[in-house]
Design a protein around this ligand. Sequence first.
Ligand code: ADP
Ligand code: ASP
Ligand code: MG
Length: 415
Amino acid sequence: MQVFKFGGASLKDAKSIMQVCEIIKNYKDDHLVIVVSAMGKTTNALEEVHKYYIENNDKKYEALNNVKLYHYNLLKQIFKEEDEVYFEIEKIFFDLNNYISYNYTNFIEYEYDQIVSIGEILSSKIMYYYLRSLDINVKWIDIRSGLITDDYHREATILFENASSKIKSIFSSKGLYVCQGFIGGTEDGISTTLGREGSDYTAAALAYILDAKSVTIWKDVPGVLNADPRIMPEAIKLDSISYKEAIELSYYGAQVIHPKTIKPLQNKNIPLYVKYYSDPNNSGTKVINTDEITELPPIYIYKYNQVVVSVMPKDFSFIAEENLSIIFKHLAEHKIKVNLMQQSAVSFSICIDYNEQKLKSLLNALSYKFNILHNKNLTLVTIRHYTNEAIEKIIRNKNIILMEVSRKTARIVLK
Ligand code: ADP
Ligand code: ASP
Ligand code: MG
């Protein structure tokens, strides 16, 4: 069996949904698990609903209505007027509207999962009904009953031991299944989400549990390119990369693959294909277990909205072990991931993602012992397989705040 994953961009409008279903049609007699994300920017739109909901702001209704209008506009283009799908979708919106009409009583992150998870329920239902309308035999699966997670809402962890037997039994017989990415459920049946962009990870987790032959992630780009084409339109496709390279790229922030996706596949040696949904004959990028692909062009990864924090001990002591351990203790307590760090005799600098609350609280916590400077609105550019020309291209006319160059990777923080 194989796993396909379609992201929001490949399900953003009637035309793309039709293209995607044309692809699926070719596999209609196979054993195929189809994992879908919420359509277009639905997750962002539902985050808005959640935000107003917890603020107890009546704009929550308007925000939800926008999600509804978007989906209805889509339905009108691909279904006949009286189709069963309308009743299902209407009910989902009715229930959600009802849910948000009560004031929230539980935790913010818990409420996030109850609201935002609906995006994938909607998209999977729409896909299910549309595939059926094309005479494709397919089952709709509520993955929340099989993909068991802990209850760390908004960033839940899949409990593979608990999920395994359930997932195996759900998908055991040959056929087509459509299910949701990004969402899971606790043992008690409470909805959870796996963190933004988590659908890639769902596809990998299911493939791992089911010993799939391969996973294909269908994107709005021809494959993994050597840069985000929105930033560098001249970016070129990488035909083949190793698991290790893919892990590095996603770790450094290449948005094209979610960082947690590769490990489960690597563990079972399951190949990952990244392909273009509007050009399915294009071979895309193959991610496999190999040491052979040594010749790669420079690969550029941009991370915006970075902050560099530099701390200097107030007592003029050196940045030695004792000071470092204090700094790291505070970073760990704030769950702050360090993207880059640099040490000198009397100062220590870190580059982190900007999060106003966390930054304030960190600066506060450190200020008793350190003088602190910080610099916002920076960009961290990572260049894998850099060349001098590649570095030159990036830093030209820019102000370098930090830079670190290792054997394969150059990382530069720019203003
Ligand atoms: P999906 O909704 O399918 O998960 P995403 O928007 O998360 O899609 O990821 C696809 C986008 O990732 C592309 O549209 C592209 O702009 C961006 N991207 C960033 N880095 C790369 C890269 N190295 N190669 C290809 N696409 C990239
Ligand atoms: N729909 C979710 C998001 O936008 C998950 C995903 O697309 O992978 O983050
Ligand atoms: Mg994505």
